[in-house]
Design a protein around this ligand. Structure first.
Ligand code: ZN
Length: 355
């Protein structure tokens, strides 16, 4: 029985989506996973600028630490604002005191003249993908912890995927990539075979049949939200970790969703399995385990208790020995200011989307 844990880890986030809440309805109602991307996320990410990215990251980081999460592994895309985007995310997280391991998710879905295109595997790498790789390289070679991002195989050329894998190898970091989230990416295993390594993060893997090396990141709430189906993560021999795919960073909540989604598929599914996925975050970000979170609940180390206990909240959080939350209130950042500035940027973003 313990009311104290290490800092939790969100193994897949999109901090830029923190300001998506309340965005104008898309021009067409999405009817499948691809149209969710086209109508919502690919319009939103094209409207981001550095101010929006910074305050979105600050708000997402604040919400994370208020939920006991001290490391965010982020996957970012802002095709009209690539250079400096990872710095803006890092600065937004630093304002709060939360650790971030960012990546720029490269893609060839934007042509060099700025229009969305269907990607053929054999076409040459786009300028946007090249600039995204440079952003990853610039950030990581500055001495900070990051990864090389790929959006997903189906929006990338073979040249881009190979270049991302090569860059990651040279920088001695992993690649952070969406894999077989929906049927559009059904060819992901074939595209990534021979390139993926144990230090890669393979996100979603709903339709993945083959063995690829890497950690599989399960995002149960997002998968349900996008109706892509249950990923059945327990079938893999790979390490499995938990992410939110941009819907907050409340990891006990994501653990409970992982449990109940598993149970909905198989009555024999144990909360201990979902718990192992949550605690695998500490393999990916070991420094987070040394942070301290004191909770308002005494059984934070018991999967069978936690699976059935909603509303667990941190009372105290310290990161690297620095107090960030005390008596359930932020002490190292101004939450009201972050909310106010984020709301201003959300207003700008939503106006851009309505234009
Ligand atoms: Zn994602």
């Amino acid at each position: 029985m313990a009311n104290t844990t290490g800092g939790l880890v969100c193994a897949h986030h999109h901090l830029y989506s923190a300001l998506a809440r309340g965005m104008p309805a898309p021009p067409e109602r999405p009817h499948n996973f691809l149209s969710v991307l086209q109508q919502v996320w690919w319009r939103l990410d094209a409207a981001l600028d550095l101010d929006i990215i910074y305050w979105s990251a600050a708000l997402g980081a604040a919400e994370a630490v208020l939920a006991g999460t001290t490391t965010i592994i982020d996957h970012h895309e802002s095709p009209t604002c690539i250079e400096g985007s990872l710095d803006a995310i890092a600065a937004g997280c630093a304002l709060v005191g939360v650790r971030v391991i960012p990546s720029y998710g490269v893609t060839d879905r934007w042509s060099d003249n700025g229009s969305l295109v269907d990607v053929s595997a054999h076409q040459p790498m786009s300028d946007g993908a090249r600039r995204g790789l440079l952003e990853c390289e610039r950030y990581i070679t500055s001495g900070r912890e990051g990864m090389v991002g790929i959006h997903a195989s189906f929006t990338c050329t073979n040249e881009t995927i190979a270049a991302a894998a090569d860059l990651a190898e040279r920088l001695n970091v992993g690649v952070h990539v969406h894999v077989a989230e929906g049927p559009e990416d059904g060819d992901a295993a074939r595209r990534l075979t021979g390139l993926a390594r144990d230090n890669w993060l393979l996100v979603h893997c709903v339709g993945l049949q083959d063995d690829l090396p890497g950690t599989i990141v399960h995002n149960p709430r997002s998968n349900m939200n996008n109706a892509v189906g249950y990923a059945r993560p327990a079938r893999f021999t790979n390490r499995v970790a938990l992410g939110t795919d941009g819907i907050g960073a409340d990891m006990p909540e994501e653990f409970r969703l992982a449990y109940v989604a598993g149970r909905n598929h198989d009555l024999g599914f144990s909360p201990e399995t979902a718990w192992s996925w949550l605690t695998n975050g500490w393999v990916l970000a070991p420094q987070s385990r040394r942070d301290e979170v004191v909770w308002n609940y005494d059984h934070m180390d018991s999967p069978w208790h936690l699976a059935f206990t909603t509303g667990t909240r941190p009372i105290e959080v310290s990161i690297d020995g620095e107090a960030v939350i005390k008596e359930a209130r932020p002490v190292s950042f101004d939450l009201e200011e972050i909310r106010r500035k984020a709301a201003e940027q959300a207003h700008r973003l939503h106006e851009r989307l309505a234009a």
